[in-house]
Ligand binder design. Structure first.
Ligand SMILES: Cc1cc2nc3c(=O)[nH]c(=O)nc-3n(C[C@H](O)[C@H](O)[C@H](O)COP(=O)(O)OP(=O)(O)OC[C@H]3O[C@@H](n4cnc5c(N)ncnc54)[C@H](O)[C@@H]3O)c2cc1C
Ligand code: FES
Ligand code: FES
Length: 484
């Protein structure tokens, strides 16, 4: 049984196909049709809802609101959470200040995208007392509008900050926290079954490991931002789904002197600050990975587990020398991310094995880390290629270098010829040109709708030139900060 709060009302879900998305559940079971379906693949934001979760910070239980794409969120993942949809915002005859700002700024025409924008703006307002243009753009980057034009919508997002942050939800937050804690305590299971399909929601890694042994055919579901597309785009349902989002010991972020350890259930939004603290160059890359809705749900473990050659985090993790703790039953093994990928969509992961933790080394003093993403759009777009560079230069000599790319081969892969041409050599223009030529030996990229093979190679070679320029003394990082 899955139990969640729809605004203030408890909803129990049982005997339902576990592949059902929150969007389908809202529209087809609850007849809440305010949440729209545009793409059913996480791209347009028309289905944006807000999910409230209890998070403990310094022994205080807080209700944290985050936007999510209902079309790629499995209904079972709502257990012990609060779901807010656009229908919840109006109180009696009074529009919520976010809605009123949209009306005042003429931010809606056909209205199809409007509920999604409103929910993204609502989450932004709940989490911020004020917001700059960058934050507003980031919050709205996952919402598309085909009629209005974005200016009036952005104006509305600015205007909503003129109204008080306290709204009708504020006085009830404490009671919502209590109710959600009660659900999680009293009904820890949160599973669903329907005919021959099952959904499990373990709360510890031991429980998860046992379930993985019991159901070797099971699909692991983390944020679902890749996996749910299997259901919505390819109509390939999973018979057994095991959700990692409630595995408490895999939600931990631990910092030691040597490393940052991320449990496999940690989302991008949760990991963002500590990753950017360690490696500031990841700020832009993470901001450009999917949309805020995708980052609020998606995990780095899912990005690795999906084993896509164009995932953004694998090249980063390879260049950083990150490792994974893989677990099967009680056995664990520690492997380099670099060794995880075998060939297209094939990894070393055995049946019933899963990623438990990601271990990212802290930077070596004097090392520089840079990551560059090339995609057609700045926001919410998959990379044509993504390059990550971890370089140590001492007295003008490259004493250590790791370069890895996504989008250049069937797996995320190191540029070993290129690295060899640079290692222990002068970090100068001459070596650079040699290394750039060597890169052509490392990769034979494909041409597809994202980029031609020639473009992929030449833009990747140019990344090395950019790295060179950015590592010159007194140089400024070359930044693409202008949002389209
Ligand atoms: C609109 C949109 C934009 C996107 N943009 C980007 C982008 O810019 N860059 C990018 O890299 N990706 C992008 N993605 C893809 C996706 O968001 C990422 O790959 C994300 O990291 C997947 O994480 P998840 O938690 O949602 O994984 P899920 O979808 O839950 O799972 C993905 C795969 O990993 C497996 N898995 C999950 N957890 C584990 C585990 N602990 N151990 C082993 N296997 C596991 C699952 O079984 C599944 O096969 C985008 C997706 C969407 C919908
Ligand atoms: S319907 Fe387009 S993001 Fe969900
Ligand atoms: S108002 Fe028509 S799509 Fe945005």
């Amino acid at each position: 049984m899955v139990k969640f709060l729809l605004n203030q009302s408890a909803v129990v879900v049982d005997q339902i196909d576990p592949n059902t998305t929150v969007l389908d559940y809202l529209r087809e079971h609850l007849y809440r049709t305010g949440t729209k379906e545009g793409c059913a693949s996480g791209d347009c934001g028309a289905c944006t809802v807000v999910i409230g979760e209890v998070e403990n910070d310094n022994d205080n239980d807080n209700l944290v609101y985050r936007s999510a794409n209902a079309c790629i969120t499995a209904v079972g993942s709502l257990h012990g959470k609060q779901l807010l949809t656009v229908e919840d915002l109006k109180q009696n005859d009074q529009l919520h200040p976010v809605q009123q700002a949209m009306v005042d700024c003429h931010g809606s025409q056909c209205g199809f995208c409007t509920p999604g924008f409103i929910m993204s703006m609502f989450a932004l307002r709940k989490n911020n007392t004020s917001a700059d243009q960058h934050k507003i753009n980031e919050s709205l980057g996952g919402n598309l509008c085909r009629c209005t034009g974005y200016r009036p919508i952005v104006d509305a997002a600015e205007k909503m900050f003129e109204s008080p942050q306290i709204d009708q939800f504020s006085p009830t937050e404490e009671s919502v926290v209590t109710q959600l804690n009660n659900i999680n305590r009293q009904q820890p299971q949160g599973s669903i079954s329907n005919a021959n399909k099952q959904f499990f929601s373990p709360t510890s890694s031991d429980e998860l490991a046992d379930l993985m042994l019991e159901y070797p055919q099971a699909k692991l579901l983390a944020g679902g931002t890749d996996l749910c597309l299997e259901f919505t785009q390819f109509l390939r349902d999973a018979e057994v789904l095991i959700y990692t989002g409630r595995v408490s010991d895999m939600a931990n972020i631990t910092t030691t002197e040597q490393s940052l350890e991320l449990g496999a259930a940690v989302t991008y939004s949760q990991a963002n600050d500590c990753l950017v603290d360690l490696y500031p160059d990841l700020k832009e890359l993470i901001e450009r990975l999917g949309s805020l809705q995708v980052r609020n749900q998606g995990t780095i473990a899912g990005n690795i587990g999906n084993a896509s050659p164009i995932g953004d985090m694998p090249p980063v993790l390879i260049a950083l020398g990150a490792e994974l703790i893989l677990r099967k039953g009680k056995e664990t093994r520690r492997v380099a991310v670099e060794d995880y990928f075998v060939k297209y969509k094939v990894t070393i992961l055995q049946t019933s094995e899963f990623i438990e933790k990601i271990i990212i080394p802290v930077p070596n003093p004097g090392s520089e880390f840079k990551a560059y993403k090339i995609s057609k759009r700045l926001e919410d777009d998959i990379s044509a290629t993504c390059g990550a560079f971890n370089i140590h230069i001492e007295n003008g000599i490259t004493t250590n270098i790791a370069i890895a790319f996504g989008g250049m081969a069937e797996i995320p892969k190191r540029a070993s010829h290129c690295e060899k041409a640079l290692l222990n050599q002068q970090w100068n223009q001459q070596t650079l040109e040699l290394a750039i030529n060597e890169m052509a030996k490392d990769f034979t990229p494909i041409s597809d709708f994202r980029a031609s093979a020639e473009y992929r190679l030449s833009v990747s070679q140019n990344m090395l030139r950019r790295l060179f320029l950015e590592t010159q003394q007194d140089s400024q990082p070359i930044r693409i900060t202008q949002y389209a």
